[in-house]
Design a protein around this ligand. Structure first.
Ligand SMILES: Nc1nc2c(ncn2[C@@H]2O[C@H](COP(=O)(O)OP(=O)(O)OP(=O)(O)O)[C@@H](O)[C@H]2O)c(=O)[nH]1
Length: 407
């Protein structure tokens, strides 16, 4: 296992850029998320640095003036880690490290680190390890390899290159080995999935921290780990759930995030198979988050990547207990530019226009509208069941609709 970046109690600064055509308030929101990621990894953010640029500096990502400001702060406050909100090239990372003389991480690095901390099972650990090595491979030449350190960092040519090549080969071999290990586990899991019989499969999907595990607990009355940190769930949990007399399988999956490192999507393919093979998706959204629409887009993008975007889907807007209507600017009121989505009813109308009845507004924590939720899930599962077994729907004869249960 690659050594984890230990951010515990480490003082950290965040650095983000915004290009001319992006809004600066968006950047603050992105950095809020990066700060939450840093907190999840165990770091404490002392300051954020932002810069508006035409394009990132190819050598140091941010301009030299801003870099000086960062350097000054890093020295003065003995900062251990500088975290960039975007992926840095191996050369940029090395150059910045030389200037700041502290650990320099990018967003991918940080997410990989959190995944490494959170992986519970040997399968999850293997998947993260693979992603870490794939991230490491193109960066080897830019890193302080053991030989380079021995030679005090002088010279990268001649024998140094050979050494790096050896390191590369070791990493490549390791990657091949991990891939084999994962393939073997994937095969086992495929068999297990096949053995689960013909029950309808439902998967909870959504951005990280939206409340998927909490909802899983509410609906299946099981105890799935839920925590106000990102990526509490890395391993897939599958539970058999029975609503009324209708059994189905419910899966809680790893949370998605904006710019999820491609290495992770790649190595978590097996885990994401649960989503790919699901008959119904419950796309959970945290409606109290200011960026929730963007989160929906990120999730849809990943669903697209894993060819799962055309499945029957219920949109479940969670955390309605925390939803705060947007404050309307009085000037906007005068010019009638008021936002069309100020209340939950507005949002409901918009989403029902887009998706018909497949939209729900709930609070998993406060158990608001949970009965509605169960009813919608019941009806959606029943519909799939009937389509799948057209001659066998006598299995659940007593329910034409959810409301007609007979005791
Ligand atoms: N206010 C409020 N908080 C909620 C609600 N549902 C979940 N939470 C909280 O949101 C946090 C994240 O919940 P989880 O269930 O772990 O979220 P998740 O989507 O499984 O998270 P990942 O594992 O990161 O993907 C926890 O602190 C929950 O208590 C809700 O309806 N209202």
């Amino acid at each position: 296992m690659i050594e984890k970046t230990d951010l515990q109690y480490e003082k950290t600064v965040l650095i983000g850029i915004v290009t001319k055509n992006q809004g600066e308030d968006k950047l603050e929101e992105y950095l809020d998320e990066l700060e939450f990621l840093t907190y999840t990894a165990g770091g404490e953010v002392l300051k954020r640095f932002t810069q508006k640029v035409d394009m990132p500096n190819p050598k140091t990502f941010i301009g030299s003036g801003k870099m000086n400001d960062v350097k000054e702060f890093v020295d003065e406050h003995e900062i251990g880690t500088a975290i960039f909100d975007d992926e840095l090239s191996p050369a940029q990372q090395k150059n910045i490290e030389k200037i700041l003389k502290c650990k320099v991480l990018d967003r991918t690095n940080l997410i990989l680190d959190i995944f490494a901390q959170r992986a519970q099972t040997s399968y999850a650990r293997t998947q993260v390890e693979l992603a870490q090595y794939e991230y490491l491979l193109p960066r080897l030449a830019g890193m302080w390899t053991h030989l380079e350190r021995q030679r005090g960092g002088i010279g990268m040519r001649g024998p140094g290159e050979t050494e790096i090549e050896t390191d590369r080969r070791i990493v490549r071999d390791k990657i091949a080995l991990l891939k084999k290990k994962i393939e073997a586990i994937d095969k086992q899991m495929e068999v297990q999935r096949g053995n689960r019989g013909q029950l309808v499969r439902v998967a909870l999907v959504g951005y990280t921290n939206v409340g998927k595990s909490t909802l899983m607990n509410v609906i299946s009355k099981s105890e799935v780990f839920a925590e106000n940190k990102l990526f509490a769930t890395l391993d897939t949990t599958v539970r058999k759930v029975v609503i009324r007399n209708l059994p189905f399988l419910l899966t809680d999956t790893v949370g998605f995030i904006r710019k999820l490192p491609t290495q992770l999507v790649e190595s978590f393919k097996g885990t994401l198979d649960e989503v790919r093979e699901a008959d119904l998706l419950l796309h959970v959204v945290d409606i109290s988050h200011p960026n929730f629409e963007e989160h929906i887009d990120s999730v849809n993008q990943i669903l697209d990547e894993i060819k799962s975007s055309n499945k029957p889907t219920l949109m479940v807007f969670n955390k309605i207990d925390q939803y705060k209507p947007e404050v309307i600017d009085e000037d906007d009121l005068v010019t009638e530019k008021t936002t069309a989505h100020n209340t939950l009813t507005d949002w409901k109308r918009t989403w029902m226009n887009r998706m018909g009845e497949d939209v729900l507004f709930i609070s998993a924590l406060e158990k608001e509208n949970i009965e509605d939720f169960r009813k919608k899930v019941y009806e959606a599962v029943r519909k799939i069941h009937i389509t799948r077994f057209p001659y066998n729907n006598f299995l659940y004869p007593e329910y034409d609709t959810y409301g007609e249960e007979q005791e």
